[in-house]
Design a protein around this ligand. Sequence first.
Ligand code: MEV
Length: 426
Amino acid sequence: MEAFDKFYKKTVEERRAVLAEYANLNEEEQAFLASTGALSLDKANHMIENTVGIYSLPLGLGMNMLLNEKKYVVPMAMEEPSVVAAQSSGAKLIAQNGGMKGTATDRKMIGQVELINVPDVHVAKEKVIASREKLIAIANGAHPSLQKRGGGAVDLQVRTAKTVSEETLFIVHLLVDTKEAMGANMVNTMVETLAPELEILTDGTANMRILSNLVDEATATVTCRLSPLSLATKTQSGEWVRDRIIAAYEFADADIYRAATHNKGIMNGIDAVIMAFGNDWRAVEAASHAYAARTGSYKPMSKWSKDRQGYLVGELTLPMPVAFVGGSIGIHPIASLSKKIARVESAKELAMLVCAVGLTQNLAALKALVTEGIQRGHMSLQAKSLAMTAGANAHEIEQVAQFLQESKQLNVMAAKAYIATLRSKK
Ligand code: MEV
């Protein structure tokens, strides 16, 4: 990892050279990084309807991640300044404290069949449960290749829920081990295949037949533990910083307005990795927020506390419906590159890494917020964004950003006026 020392100080070309060596990238892969749209227009045209172009984002590398004793370079696709920098500094602090520990459950996706107009819910429930094995076999018949890969439908559960008009809904959950895939299509095919048999058994009508994005049977958990000493700043003791971070967590736990922002900071990291890996970030967002509200009230996704030795302990558990194969992963060249860069080998490992990035982001944000505030660290990148918004060209950006920071005028008007002055001098 020494090759990555002071990575942020290198030019884009120097960084690419370091990465090419580290990840053993061939010429084609290096060319993908050098292009502004690694995805070809031809592929893009086959991915969605009415394609007119390609939308690109910066791809950055988060440094210093240590998870389960393994070092990672983390690819992150992100438009927001400071997220990658926060990742590297937060991960460095956590690595100095022994790194992140992670676990992941076996991955079971949930398919739902909603049955309406079921005349006798109790009878229907008994019949469905008695036919469990047969129903699972029908579901697996719809996707035999998944069973050959060691996965497939593994369980079936019956749930009920009440509508506002007190009507009882009859819901069947099919649990599917999708192995390395996210499996949305497989699960949807299975529940559609199962629905007619469920209609016969329940005497009801199948209405909704679709995957649930609350994948609480496929979670990853990460934890970290930091000594107070490592949290100290020039002016604040480590114990003070630790207690303020815990207080920030308690604020999020008590107040939904703060919980939303606390969780947004976590998703800053999570989404960036999910995007870099060509995964479905809407699925991960939906799963994470639903999980945060699973008790009935919306809560912070992470928890910060202190242990008996006075160490700060951070924990994050989230459903993580990531895919390691399938979907756009095999299509988008950057998604395949991300696998090589991160040296991740399975969906479970990716799920843990994504959560580790989320918790790291959260620590970095909370530490900055309770100490110097978030704006100072953001200033230089924010100034660059403003310079670009105001129309500065590549060789003017640095100069304009420097002016904005020094004159403490972080606004587009000041940037435009300064650009005009610069140009008039030429
Ligand atoms: C900004 O994108 C994210 C933060 O607001 C997160 C937080 O407040 O915890 C800094």
